[in-house]
Ligand binder design. Sequence first.
Ligand code: OAD
Length: 228
Amino acid sequence: VILTGAGISAESGLATFRSADGLWNNHRVEDVATIEAFAHNPDYVHDFYNQMRPELFAAKPNPAHLAITKLQKNYTSPINIITQNVDTLHEKAGNQNVWHIHGQINQIVCLNCGHIFETWGDISDEDECPQCNIAGMLKPNIVFFGENLLYMDKVDKLLQKCDLFISVGTSGIVYPAAGFVQIAKFSGADTIELNMEQTSNNYFFDRHIVGPAGTTLPQLIDEILISE
Ligand code: OAD
């Protein structure tokens, strides 16, 4: 299992979440990524994601994403990607078995009927759901604080049976993803962390590799493939 966070997309030019000023793309998280904010001011929240969509549409995968494709093509056991990222760089790189536990920027969910559809265009609070035709119920399919993560049953199973857990570019602050290493470790997996810096999840990782993921992940994957 490979768990990815914003750091794997940094070398594709996308901002990570926890910048020094604590803002996310110049916004307070409470204003744009909570279910309360969405209920209170849906147009403001839609605008934020509408502005983000073109940048993520244009972004290109970097050597870290491409190395995962190489691993999936050449490794004998299945590799699953659990990502906290709402960008689609794993898919653009050709990665398979990608689980977007925080949702993805190019999907919209109808809060009335549950229909999920894809778009890279703008969404407003006046838009109707293409399935139930009710207006004002569309929400970016992004998990806000106060909502449940997606695919958790599948993720639990993957963590409990994996024998290698690699974490790439995540600060290890936001639960439950921050606790995935612990589940994998207790299930007997070898655990490796790749990050620009040492994180506070030290105890459960067998190995830390410090440096940019675009360099360190391709090196690690070559090492894994040679030693298989
Ligand atoms: P963060 O911004 O918290 O952390 C990014 C991590 O990537 C940091 O630990 C950096 O040191 C590391 N990093 C930066 N550049 C790197 C590079 N080139 N190579 C390797 N590592 C690098 O992002 P996440 O951990 O992904 O949730 O944040 C988790 C969640 O918090 C996000 O998914 C988001 C936010 O609330 C939602 O949107 C629901």
